[in-house]
Design a protein around this ligand. Sequence first.
Ligand SMILES: Cc1cc2nc3c(=O)[nH]c(=O)nc-3n(C[C@H](O)[C@H](O)[C@H](O)COP(=O)(O)OP(=O)(O)OC[C@H]3O[C@@H](n4cnc5c(N)ncnc54)[C@H](O)[C@@H]3O)c2cc1C
Length: 441
Amino acid sequence: MTQSNSNSSTTPSRQRIVVIGGGFAGLNFIKRLKKQNYEVILVDSNNFNSFPPLFYQVASSGLEPASISFPFRRELRKRGFNRNVRYNMGRVKTIHLDRKVVVTQFEELSYDKLVIAAGTTNNFFGMNELEKSVYTLKSTAEAIRCRNDILDRLEHASMLSDPKKRRELLTFVVVGGGPTGVEIAGALGEMKKYVLKREYPTIDIDDMSITIVEGADRVLRTMSEDSSTHAAKYLSTLLVDVKLGQNVKSYVDGTVELTDGSKMNAGMVIWTAGVKAVGFDVKGGSLPITRGGRIEVDGFNKVVGLDDIYALGDICFMTADKAFPQGHPQLAQVAIQQGANLAKNLNRKPSKQPKQFVYNDKGSMATVGRNRAVVELKHMQINGFMAWLTWMFVHLMSLLGMRNKVVVLCNWLWAYFTYGTSLRLLIHPSKYPLRKRWEEI
Ligand SMILES: Cc1cc2nc3c(=O)[nH]c(=O)nc-3n(C[C@H](O)[C@H](O)[C@H](O)COP(=O)(O)OP(=O)(O)OC[C@H]3O[C@@H](n4cnc5c(N)ncnc54)[C@H](O)[C@@H]3O)c2cc1C
């Protein structure tokens, strides 16, 4: 473990801010901070910023992982990299509140101010054994794992003559009918409806089944009933079944048991049902942890009861914003706006009052398949093709890097007109033999 050059601030007059996590919140905070006033160190376990809203497209072979990722070193170069901002790779495991130090697997880093923006991880609601058997979409690596196993199953099934075995392999259960669940199920539906016949002619369309299991009485329950109804209709045209009012109780030996006791076969379970905040081993004090493992902050994103520590985005829980007394939804816009507000507050002269965070809700959206979506903006609700164009525009604008925007747009247009993608390539790590993988699935 290193302690040298990272352990003490090089310029005594400049305070060191350590930012844990370069997602929407952490990166937007750094972008807007007046870097000449501080020495900033971003610590992230990945050396790139990723774009979770499009993980499902990586998982369904619609986009290559690189097109929704952007290297921190390039992004930070634009923002004073090598002068006042730098990136250190590492997963923060421990925070010493008394010593003002964070510890990764590689080093100890001291801070004057700490910004915690590490987001969330999968929540299995106590059924931790599921972690080993289900597929998740919380990171690029998880999305790639999901993609490889979907493709593995299709290749394997295409060689089986026994229809029962083919069906076992190609029974997909998506747990959670929120935007991610609806989006991945829709993408699988597109595969079933349009890709199977063209690329896997030995597989019958009925060999593949996709079911969403959702605990509420409708999909997309955070959106209006109208949007839910449209999404359900689009899903049914893509041959996706929806089971409402049921949660998953267990998943053992290829069988999912639901809360009403009923059972269903599931070759592959994709878990999109919930998240919890990333946790740390905290020494020399404690963080105020509340609902969903989130860190309680005041209206300025300062961690309650602690000086010089802030939490931003999905990992924090704020009740001071009048319109959101139960905390903000865990969405990209909340994280972006909180990052920007905290930077502005730290940029202010000490004599000026800091500004309390107020979330400007710009709306929500979800896409179903290749060319339909539901979109709710402040004063407007649209669905279908126009909604899909809006969804496309918003996501393209949010991606980092011009190359990524162009590549993603080309991919979407190509897929729209041809259903073709060159991304259904199955590239296994060389030390992981194919037969071993097939024995596992
Ligand atoms: C599949 C999926 C789809 C989504 N779709 C939408 C959508 O359509 N619209 C929307 O508004 N929101 C969507 N969200 C939610 C949105 O992505 C989050 O609200 C947003 O990413 C939160 O930003 P953040 O900066 O708080 O955390 P994140 O963006 O998750 O960033 C956290 C960063 O911290 C790093 N990190 C984590 N732990 C550590 C550690 N211990 N040490 C160092 N680094 C660490 C991670 O590598 C990551 O870079 C989606 C989320 C997922 C998972």
